[in-house]
Design a protein around this ligand. Sequence first.
Ligand code: UDP
Length: 252
Amino acid sequence: MSLSPATGPLLYEGKAKRVYATDREDVVAVEYKDDATAFNALKKAQLLGKGAMNCRISALLFEHLEQLGVPTHYRGLYSDHWMMVRPVRVVPVEVVVRNLAAGSLCRQMPIAAGTPLEPPLLDLYYKDDALGDPLLSEARLDRLGVVTPAQLEAIRNLAFRVNDGLRALFGPVGLELVDFKIELGFTATGELVVADEISPDTCRLWDRAVADAQDRILDKDRFRQDLGGVVEAYGEVLKRVQGVCPEPRVYR
Ligand code: UDP
């Protein structure tokens, strides 16, 4: 049996994943890499095992969301670091939902890290590395013309459904979902689905049982802030979610 499901050309290479065509038009293969990057790729490292860890965590979270009726691009796992997904036209907007203040919000506003945000805050960023993924206003998004007002409404609703679904999962296993980023895409039939990945690379997760502001971090902030124990922290997230999500289906 082949170790790689990629039977077609490389379609796209990002910082943490590669996307390949397969012999089926309606499926593409995503390879999760061990590369870690932060600060628009100014900081880089190889973290052995990170790719497989994020692939499995993403699969579990997609299974959970699908079970709740939240549409995603996920089709199933192929192997430890390969996931099969539906091809989508990615909306060039990064959608961030924040439950507690952290990261860029605290750098840009006078708000202390950890301040609860109720209702959760939704921020949109234009996905463009050369421009540094700038924060968008609704007027700027409208000017860009990449989504219609109706699509924006659908994006917003989907993002909050993802937030509700993830918080319901993480809360009982002692994980605080501080914030997360998702990317959305349109399938060939025009359905809006959650794409990309959902993992400790794209979510801030704090261990609810730990009070120390650094020790509680179980996400990519450990890499951003040079705290060490990155893969171990991701392993802790995996351990907690694998008992409460459906077992990832295998796609071959
Ligand atoms: N995030 C991401 N990719 C990005 C920017 C942010 O996955 O290119 C995630 C990040 O991990 C966090 C959330 O989006 O969970 C909000 O990030 P924020 O805007 O606070 O930016 P940061 O502090 O990471 O620069």
